[in-house]
Design a protein around this ligand. Sequence first.
Ligand code: ADE
Length: 421
Amino acid sequence: MSKLICDIKDHSLADVGRNRIDWAWTEMPVLRALHDQFIREQPLTGARISGCLHITTETANLARILKAGGAELLLCASNPLSTQDDVAAALVEHYQIPTFAVRGENDARYYHHIAVALEHHPQLTMDDGADLVSELHKNRSDLLSELIGGTEETTTGVIRLRAMAADNALAFPVIAVNDAMTKHLFDNRYGTGQSTLDGIIRATNILLAGKTFTVVGYGWCGRGIAMRAKGHGAQVVVIEVNPLKALEAAMDGFQVMPLLEAAACSDFIVSATGDKHVIDHSHFQVMKDGCVIANSGHFNVEINIPALQGLAKKTSRPRQFIEEYQLEDGRRIRLLAEGRLVNLAAAEGHPATVMDMSFANQALSIVYLWNHGKNLQNKVHSVPENIDNKIATMKLAAMGISIDTLTEEQQAYLTSWKEGT
Ligand code: ADE
């Protein structure tokens, strides 16, 4: 057994984890190409990196390439329910990466793991939800002077970091990986779309065809969920507060209405908003008997669970990921995965094919920060455009797709204002 510092569930799961990590690797051609490049060029020699990420097979492959590129990497979980314990074991036993993540860990252990990740004295941080950066600023400001930069994976984390930057509280530059085109257009839409449906189906095994399926939020994640639910034959309702997005949902062919109206006729309600209590007390009071509610946003605040608990006269656990709340009038409301992100808690998160691009953005942004972070302002930065384009080009090549290029005449036309009719 490895003597590496770690807190994981079971070292004996390491071989199972390694097999699954290798399986994901076969779907990650961009990371494989970067792996070869990183071995040759050693772009991260000596970089101390702490990553607070979902500990999945895909994250393990990101970790593999960062380590191959010379980084001293330590990982902790970015959510108490998303850790794949076999992957955590493989990271420690087969890849010698110190890992602090146990599926189902309580809040105290979760924050203890983040504290250990900070004790690593990172020069670079990788976050998914901004808990690492937030804890660093709140509780370990003594370490801030060592920081060169950080990356942020998800919409919720970017929102938090922008709030910090607006308060002049952000003490180092952070790259918003989420905002790269090769991240959110694919990961948030197709990744969340498929994996959320996967989580709901694994948790309930209920047929979606013919059911009313309500999606709260029509950002990139909500769009993906609605699109895939429609593909399963459900009648899809979209709830949105933004008039432009609501209009888009209507023209994409979905019914759009307030949640109070939709709650009374929905068989499934899924949130993907990044905001708090979007499924609330008033909605529980009108929900149809048997309604399944789930969240696909980063934090477990989107469903007002304390309000649901307050309304319930009885609770039971009919299946592994289902908590059934029975109300005074006999109606049952079924909450999936404790309101945590259902795609990672009840399924395996986004498939490797999309995480390939998201994590290529992570890897190349980390190298960019290692090289240029000291010259960047302490704010939230975009992924450099050349990185985004490089990843799209590499992914197309790996998929065997070639595309046309502009002729010189066309290029000149696009940069001229003189030609008209
Ligand atoms: N976020 C969503 N899906 C993920 C996955 N498979 N690995 C890491 N982070 C994720």
